[in-house]
Design a protein around this ligand. Structure first.
Ligand SMILES: Cc1cc2nc3c(=O)[nH]c(=O)nc-3n(C[C@H](O)[C@H](O)[C@H](O)COP(=O)(O)OP(=O)(O)OC[C@H]3O[C@@H](n4cnc5c(N)ncnc54)[C@H](O)[C@@H]3O)c2cc1C
Length: 397
């Protein structure tokens, strides 16, 4: 054991500290800055977007329920449009964006494939315009908790170890790191993640995304295509530094093997971009004041902060209760993104991009109006969200 450093300097202070710059963090930062708060967004890498950019997961899953209704609005829709401001890569939903054709069960859902590099730059410019301070290359490594509140988040970057003091903290790390450091109740993904190696490549047929290890489906539901896509017979927690390094190495090897195989048919093929962050779906989540279950589709929640659909099926709509974003243990901490309080079966629905934007926006607004989330004026939060274009309840669609 090495003794902990003492006298960590406080280098920054803000109203809202967002830890993590994926879709959840971007949405939270935008929402809080638009409420006039001093916002710092902390990101361990050097680009925004998290899994959706550095992880090359560039399919913005549906904002609609698949049977004709848009359900996710507000910043979820704003970022959707931003992601294709300079053109879509694929799956452009002309029926939704240009009103061509219909939106029934047989038609395209409101989803799209975007370019990761363009989104990272465009979202960075948007946040800077809104006054968000972005601190790249900065890893949150611990928290200082006092009287059930986070007093400061301890970070490390090229300048060494420092502390940032903030009235409120949004945990948008995807892995619930801040909640875990602070002693909030958390749960982990017991089943573990399959190996994925999504990468972009170029060949005679042009530039393409290869979704290698593309989905995690129970064995009895797998088609031949899924089986072929299963890379190795091993699962990963995503919460162990050593394991993550090994996972990245295995992912690189899978990419290389795949390129070699593809070259048997097209010898011009080469990879253009590989992921620079581990492609891990589910790791750790908060155990909040409410745990949302996948059977609770079409359920009215008084404290709904917006709606999401099920990307895998047409029809289901979920209202998202505010209580899934915090636990009472740490009063000024709220989570957003792929680590909110849900059952394991609901996790696969809530972890995707539009849902991360929905919870991110609500967390950002909430963090601008209280520093004790269990005592929030829920009506005030909902009024601001509605004013920003969010539809809260299915009955209002
Ligand atoms: C293989 C795979 C395929 C997927 N397919 C799809 C799909 O097709 N469509 C879809 O919509 N979703 C898909 N998903 C899910 C989706 O991409 C993610 O769940 C979503 O983007 C998560 O957003 P987030 O902001 O919650 O977290 P992340 O994107 O993980 O962002 C968290 C950010 O926080 C930073 N961070 C983490 N810890 C710290 C720390 N301690 N200090 C500072 N910064 C930190 C990270 O660098 C990262 O930028 C897929 C995921 C995977 C892995």
């Amino acid at each position: 054991m090495i003794k902990e450093h003492i006298n960590t300097p406080i280098t920054n202070k803000c109203d809202v500290l967002i830890c993590g710059g994926g879709f959840a963090g971007i949405s939270a930062a935008l929402a809080a800055a638009r409420q006039g708060k001093k916002v710092i967004l902390l990101e361990k890498s050097y680009m925004l977007g998290g899994l959706a950019t550095a992880g090359l997961v560039t399919i913005y899953l549906p904002l609609c329920d698949g049977i004709g209704h848009q359900v996710s609005y507000g910043i979820a829709e704003e970022l959707f449009r931003l992601s294709i401001k300079m053109g879509a890569e694929d799956k452009y939903p002309e029926n939704w964006l240009d009103n061509i054709g219909t939106k029934t069960e047989k038609d395209k859902r409101y989803e799209v494939q975007f370019n990761p590099q363009l989104f990272a730059i465009l979202s960075e410019q948007l946040l800077l315009r809104e006054g968000v301070e972005i601190l790249y290359g900065s890893y949150a490594v611990a928290t200082d908790v006092c009287n059930s509140k986070i007093n400061a988040v301890i970070i490390e970057n090229k300048s060494g170890r420092q502390a940032i003091k903030s009235k409120n903290v949004v945990d948008a790390t995807g892995d619930c790191d801040i909640a875990h450091f602070s002693g909030s109740p958390c749960d982990t993904f017991k089943q573990g993640n399959v190996l994925a190696a999504w990468y972009y490549f170029c060949g005679k047929d042009g530039y393409k995304l290869n979704t290698l290890g593309f989905c995690d489906i129970p064995d009895d539901q797998k088609t031949a295509e899924h089986k072929e896509n299963h890379l190795i017979n091993r699962r990963f927690t995503g919460l162990d530094g050593q394991e993550l390094s090994e996972m990245m190495r295995l992912s690189h090897t899978s990419t290389l093997n795949d390129i070699i195989k593809k070259r048997e048919k097209d010898d011009t093929i080469f990879p253009t971009t590989i992921a620079t962050t581990p492609q891990i779906r589910m790791t750790r989540k908060i155990v909040g004041e409410y745990i949302l279950h996948d059977a609770e589709m079409h359920t009215y929640f008084e404290d709904s902060i917006g709606m999401v659909s099920d990307w895998r099926k047409r029809g289901p709509v979920y209202e998202v209760p505010f209580r899934t974003l915090y636990s009472k243990e740490i009063k000024n901490l709220i989570v957003a993104g792929r680590c909110t309080s849900v059952t394991d079966s609901m996790w696969d629905i809530m972890r995707v991009i539009p849902c991360c934007a929905v919870t991110g926006e609500a967390a950002g607004v909430a963090a601008s109006i209280t520093d004790d989330f269990s005592k929030i004026d829920i009506k005030r939060l909902q009024e601001i969200l509605k004013h920003n274009g969010v539809i809260l309840h299915e009955k209002d669609l």
